[in-house]
Design a protein around this ligand. Structure first.
Ligand SMILES: [Zn+2]
Length: 506
């Protein structure tokens, strides 16, 4: 019997030495740094219609020249509208153009793309890797995050093979975080060393749910703040002062009010029709976009826009992500950390979000709500603070998780000690200061926390000009903002236009 066991052990050892694992160990890299796969945001891959044919057309990111050309065909319809006041006829023409420009992006009832719309999957061939050389992972944002995660799994295997590392790290930006979460859910943590989530809608973003439940609202103050962000030239710029003076002299506030009225009028007359007949059918056919809908609106949005009979396949895909990933985000992240994966979460705040939806007061990085990117922080409405008698929601033996500006309580986050909040960080706008922080996170062999380095406290004030951060200070003075709120109306006008442009470019 003893002999038999020794024999079996010898055979197993022989097989083990010949197996691929042993082979890759011989080719292993000792650089000490897991290769980084950068999972980029929405639109990382260009979606092409009829690739290779003479009618080849890039549909996403939207080809502005093509879109303008198509929308310009509406000129006669606008003239007719002005002459006849027939909004229905104009609406039909507008819907036809929207369908021409975006229609082929729609997925079928199973959440599958038309064969005519394709993109180029990147192939990795180089073994070069390091903190300044990552593997860029681009994908079709429309399909289910689980389908993208399967492609990511293949990419991870390729990177491991090329570099001789047993694990990779993820740097996930915006929607990339959704893909990383689907990956953790489907494939676990075996291949993963570290993950940095940068401004990711891990619990969604309220804009998506509100648009999918057809809630539109234009708020004037929010528009102004949004415009202020869209115009960096207005910050500390002599031009801004001149602009203000000119505007004040002209006192054109009437123009703004007229514009706002006009916008409301158009939304009233056309909004419902255009949403129902063009925008909703196209964009709600994409399981990828459903991953952005928060739990608050998920069921309501499904009831509003999904046909359970013709879209059964799609429905099952979006339920799968929502209930197995988004709703279990805290569980997935905690179990990944328990498995030894270092996890870092970065959320921006104090930026005005697109002011076309009811949640315009939710604090955000301009796109993703801070409470969702941070996976569960309690966040006061934008530019407001907690009441003086507010106490931290979860007690961690007296450790403070409330921001110095009394605006964020991080004690309720999935990972309170490895979630950072950067004030005035606009969605995925990184500078050298961010890159230094990410480098430190990737370089550390152990999980760093918000208590590890006094230069990188939990709450950081973004200093874009000097490409660095400093400590968030209490009682932020918003006089500058107040001035902007009272400032005259060219700013409103510019805000409105920039907002339209933003919506147009999604
Ligand atoms: Zn290496």
């Amino acid at each position: 019997m003893k002999k038999l066991i020794s024999y079996a052990v010898a055979i197993i050892m022989l097989i083990a030495t010949l197996s691929p694992a042993a082979f890759s160990a011989e080719n292993s890299c000792d650089c000490g740094q897991s290769p980084i796969v950068y999972i980029s945001g929405l639109g990382s891959a260009s979606l092409i219609r009829d690739a290779g044919s003479e009618n080849e057309q890039q549909l996403w990111k939207i080809d502005t020249e093509y879109a303008i050309k198509e929308f310009a065909t509406l000129a006669p319809s606008v003239a007719a509208l002005m002459a006849t006041g027939n909004y229905d006829a104009f609406g039909d023409d507008l819907i036809a153009v929207i369908k021409t420009v975006f229609g082929d992006l729609a997925l079928d009832g199973d959440g599958v793309s038309s064969d005519r719309v394709t993109y180029e999957l990147r192939e990795y061939t180089s073994s070069e890797h390091g903190l300044d050389r990552d593997y860029y992972f681009a994908y079709d944002f429309r399909i289910s995050p689980f389908e993208t995660a399967a492609l990511l799994k293949t990419a991870v295997e390729t990177v491991k093979e090329l570099t001789g590392h047993k694990k990779v790290s993820f740097k996930a930006s915006s929607m990339g975080g959704v893909i990383a979460m689907a990956y953790l859910s489907a494939y676990g943590t075996e291949d993963i060393d570290k993950i940095i989530f940068i401004n990711c809608p891990i619990l969604g973003t309220e804009v998506a749910g509100e648009l999918f439940t057809k809630q539109l609202e234009i708020n004037k103050d929010a528009l102004i703040r949004y415009g202020e962000q869209a115009l960096p030239a207005l910050d500390n710029d002599p031009l801004a002062a001149i602009l203000y003076a000119v505007i004040e002299a002209l006192d054109i506030s009437g123009i703004w009010d007229t514009l706002l009225l006009t916008a409301d009028f158009f939304i009233d007359k056309l909004g419902e029709k255009v949403l129902n007949e063009a925008v909703i059918p196209i964009f709600t056919s994409m399981p990828g976009l459903w991953s952005f809908v928060s739990d608050l609106y998920f069921e309501q949005a499904k009831d509003a826009v999904i046909n359970p009979e013709t879209q059964a396949g799609m429905l099952s895909k979006i339920n799968d992500y929502h209930y197995n990933v988004q709703n279990k985000a805290a569980e997935i992240l905690n179990s990944a950390r328990a498995d030894g994966v270092c996890i870092y979460i970065i959320a921006g705040y104090d930026m005005q979000r697109t002011p076309l939806v009811p949640s315009y007061l939710n604090d955000s990085d301009g796109t993703v709500d801070t409470k969702y990117a941070s996976v569960g922080a309690v966040v006061a409405p934008i530019r407001e603070t907690f009441s003086d008698d507010y106490t931290q929601a979860v007690d961690f033996d007296g450790i403070n998780y409330i921001s110095p500006d009394n605006h964020i309580d991080a004690s309720t986050c999935a990972l309170p000690d490895s979630t950072w909040f950067i004030k005035n960080m606009l969605h995925c706008n990184n500078h050298d200061g961010h890159r230094e922080l990410y480098r430190m996170m990737f370089e550390s062999d152990t999980q760093l926390t918000v208590f590890s380095d006094p230069c990188y406290l939990q709450f950081l004030q973004n200093d874009k000009d000097n490409q660095t951060f400093y400590e968030v200070v209490p009682n932020e003075d918003y006089t500058e903002l107040d001035r902007l709120l009272l400032a005259p109306s060219l700013l409103h006008f510019v805000a409105f236009i920039s907002c339209l442009l933003k919506v147009f470019r999604f």
